[in-house]
Design a protein around this ligand. Structure first.
Ligand SMILES: [Zn+2]
Length: 319
């Protein structure tokens, strides 16, 4: 299967003007207000081909957004992969050597292994350590409704409610292949106050994903008091006033691929609700994977069906 049946509607912005930054780390800008407040970090290009986040940060930087209180840091993560983005092969630039968003444990970051992504993660680590709040901007392979990934901690889910969009909040524990930046350190610690969200803004190349990424970023900054509504009025998207009824999907498990051959039983795109327990989802080297309960929601079925990676996550609506 190819990704080419989704037209590339987005134009990747030129981020070269942001290379120098102002922090000593390439492609990282940080702004400090006179008034005290939290350190808020917004990151884009954790996956190099997810350009909606780069568009959102480019808009903020060009508008000269500054925090009213605390610190606002804007970071472009996997710029090496992004620099290889080619609209003819848009899926190819997700990463160079390995997934940047599976490296976020002290054991991996402090370990001996080397890769393009590990080097960048190690460089960015002090920024992630310093942040009190994180919003990581992503997009998805399939065109489904945007998803806010709030992890498993109640405080993240509460923040997702305060942000107010999108409609769907997903509570999930991540991937067997390795921890995400949004789960790293205090962000995944029940005893910390550090709070992280990850937005899947839409399909990688759809115009709407860039609007969702911008809207969610502005609502996130408003919710934390980093900016006022007046500060960002000119940047407000069409959903700026939206107050949808938010629903939460609790992820119960990730289906991790155990063989060299995984096939889905249907052309799943995500958010399908399989009504009955025991329905066939796919086959992992012939072993049947079936729904563990009624009304099972399929979340972000992958088209990169590689051993050790997540094929799909399973969940259910809890409100
Ligand atoms: Zn991503």
């Amino acid at each position: 299967m190819s990704d080419l049946h989704y037209p590339v509607e987005l134009t990747p912005p030129d981020i070269e003007p942001y290379r120098a930054g102002n922090t000593g780390i390439d492609y990282v800008h940080s702004f400090v207000a006179a008034a005290p407040g939290p350190h808020v970090l917004v990151t884009a290009l954790t996956h190099g081909n997810e350009i909606c986040g780069a568009i959102a940060l480019d808009r903020l930087l060009r508008a000269g957004v500054k925090p009213r209180r605390g610190t606002l840091t804007l970071a472009f993560d996997n710029v090496a992969a992004y620099s290889e983005f080619d609209p003819r092969y848009p899926i190819a630039s997700r990463y160079i050597d390995e997934d940047f968003n599976r490296l976020w444990s002290p054991a991996t970051l402090d370990g001996p292994r080397q890769s393009v992504e590990l080097e960048r993660a190690r460089t960015l680590r002090p920024i992630v350590d310093a942040a009190d709040f994180l919003l990581d901007l992503h997009s998805m392979q399939h065109a489904t409704a945007p998803l806010m990934l709030a992890g498993v901690l109640p405080r993240s889910r509460e923040l997702a409610r305060r942000v107010g969009i999108p409609e769907l909040i997903m509570c999930d524990a991540g991937h067997a292949a390795g921890p995400r930046m949004r789960d790293y350190g205090g962000f995944g610690d029940p005893n910390s106050s550090k709070t992280a969200l990850l937005i899947e803004a839409g399909q990688h190349w759809e115009r709407r994903a860039a609007e969702v990424a911008s809207d969610v970023t502005l609502r996130f900054l408003l919710a934390l008091g980093t900016v006022t509504r007046e500060d960002v009025a000119a940047l407000g998207g069409p959903d700026f006033d939206a107050q949808p009824r938010q629903r939460t999907i609790e992820v119960t498990e990730a289906v991790t691929i155990g063989s060299d051959r995984f096939d889905f039983a249907g052309d799943f795109h995500g958010l399908e609700v399989l009504p009955h327990k025991g329905m066939l989802i796919g086959r992992d080297d012939g072993r049947e994977v079936r729904t563990p309960y009624d009304n099972c929601v399929l979340i972000m079925p992958s088209r990169r069906l590689v051993k050790g990676q997540t094929a799909v996550r399973l969940g259910r609506y809890i409100d």
